[in-house]
Write a protein that binds this ligand. Structure first.
Ligand SMILES: Cc1cc2nc3c(=O)[nH]c(=O)nc-3n(C[C@H](O)[C@H](O)[C@H](O)COP(=O)(O)O)c2cc1C
Length: 464
């Protein structure tokens, strides 16, 4: 084999997330496992085992017990559960069993690519023990994730890779790139770090317009907050014959896409603004198979050290900002930019996560002083705002509040608790009545809005 072929193979390998139903022949699977077993192994112990799951019932059981929540696990015609007997190497400071399994898995992925078989390694499994239980593996074998295999039904683009110069060092490790911080507090992050974090993390589940796939994160597109926001934006856009719309930090483009699909040809411009070329490329790749959108323009932040929307003053009729201020300790620079580009008659809809709402994970973190990325590992730093604090910020940035509503007020949380208790006590009819009430009270306009999970502010520019 020419060395160029190897480099070609390595660079064209992509994680496959959509599979045809066609099964992978046993002979091919045997060759893939053979390639995995050629990988180097600590002390040449070779304590790996590979269980190929093809039976839909076993697959369903493994999914359920492991809480895998990833659609490809269900869809792939063959799933290889990777096990290693880690007991002999538990105390090894270099974590040799995991390195060994990782090498075997990569060999398997490359071999699959060489065979023209699509593959993806899944490590985002909440309870890998459940996979061991489903296939009857003995307790000394540790499950180290699964490789889904099948013929491809997608052609994913390559995610951005760090250039070699950024990761290669001779003799001294001289880091030019600021490192990610395992800490959610935004004051510890610079804008460059935030941009780099989002730029890479965004690609973690590939490109998929069908975000309905079950994954480690619930799909936010269909959350009630998202629906409320898109509904309000629709109404505001309807007030202009040829509206210009801007979405602030569009990230995966979910919101922009909804606006494009709902507003059709009416908008003169729909701007998707974000921090890095990688994020804009992600949206481009994602929207490409859906349709051509002539009104859509991607805007790249104009300055690596501060938010700078590359638009002239007073351009935008309708603007959205969906829980993005949370990533900044000081939201002023971004808010001033938003106020600058807003037209005098324009409206901005800004969703802010409320500090006065009992977010349980935050209290746990505060108690444990554990600020590592956890619930928001794919979001980076995040803070919540007190209502009075964010109102001060709006005022200082030259924005006037037109209206405030709260989404999911705290009484809904209490009602949900009551509903659970009622079910447990067998009072199902009563629980159903509480559920109906909850549905109708998702949006709070009265004073309890200040104790809602998310506050929605509609803003206009303060006349000077
Ligand atoms: C340790 C590890 C765990 C992974 N877990 C998941 C996962 O749970 N779900 C998923 O969709 N992709 C998972 N992946 C695949 C990565 O998201 C993917 O490799 C990365 O985005 C780069 O894309 P590429 O493989 O197409 O080059 C995992 C990859 C590794 C190495």
């Amino acid at each position: 084999m020419l060395s160029a072929d190897f480099y070609q193979l390595a660079s064209q390998r992509r994680s496959t997330r959509r599979f045809q139903e066609r099964p992978v022949p046993d002979a091919v699977i045997r060759r893939l496992i053979a390639a995995a077993t050629e990988a180097p192994t600590a002390c040449n112990r070779q304590l790996w085992q590979f269980v190929v799951i093809t039976d839909p019932e076993v697959k369903a059981l493994a999914c359920r017990r492991s809480d895998a929540q990833q659609s490809y696990f269900y869809d792939a015609p063959a799933v290889v559960a990777v096990f290693y007997d880690c007991s002999l190497e538990h105390r090894n400071p270099c974590k040799t069993p995991y390195i060994t399994a990782g090498m075997a898995i990569y060999a398997l992925l490359l071999a699959a690519e060489a065979e023209g078989v699509g593959a993806i390694y899944l490590g985002g499994i909440r309870r890998p023990k459940g996979i061991a239980e489903a296939v009857g593996a003995p307790s000394f074998l540790e499950n180290l994730g699964v490789v889904c295999l099948g013929y491809r039904d997608d052609a994913p683009p390559a995610p951005p890779h760090r250039p070699v110069d950024e990761v290669l060092h001779y003799n001294r490790c001289d880091l030019r790139q600021p490192r990610f911080l395992a800490d959610i507090r935004p004051h510890l992050w610079s804008l460059r770090q935030l941009a780099d974090f989002r730029d890479k993390l965004l690609w973690y589940k590939g490109i998929g317009i069908d975000a309905k796939v079950l994954h480690v994160n619930p799909d936010e597109r269909f959350s009630p907050a998202f629906q409320y926001l898109t509904g309000r934006l629709g109404i505001l856009l309807g007030r202009h014959a040829r509206p210009r719309f801007l979405d602030v930090f569009s990230y995966n483009g979910d919101l922009v896409l909804q606006v494009l699909l709902a507003a059709g040809e009416r908008p003169e411009k729909v701007y998707a603004y974000d921090l890095t070329p990688g994020i804009l490329q992600y949206m481009r790749e994602r929207f490409r198979p859906v349709a051509e959108f002539p009104a859509l323009d991607y805007l790249l932040n104009g300055d690596p050290d501060r938010p700078a929307i590359p638009l002239p003053d007073g351009q935008i009729h309708v603007m959205s900002c969906y829980e993005r201020l949370e990533q900044f300790e000081d939201p002023q620079p971004l808010l001033r930019e938003m106020a600058r580009v807003l037209a005098p008659e324009g409206r901005a809809v800004v969703l802010v996560s409320n500090r006065f709402y009992p977010h349980q994970y935050r209290y746990r973190r505060m108690r444990e002083k554990n600020y590592a990325l956890g619930r928001n590992w794919n979001r980076g730093p995040e803070r919540k705002y007190e209502p009075s604090e964010i109102l001060r910020h709006f005022r200082a940035a030259g924005l006037t509040v037109e209206s405030v509503v709260g989404l999911q007020p705290v009484e809904l949380k209490l009602a949900a608790l009551a509903e659970g208790v009622a079910h447990r006590l067998g009072a199902h009819a009563w629980a159903d009545r509480v559920a109906d009430w909850r549905q109708r009270h998702y949006v709070a306009r009265g004073c309890t809005r200040w104790f809602a999970q998310t506050l929605v502010f509609e803003l206009r520019r303060t006349p000077s």
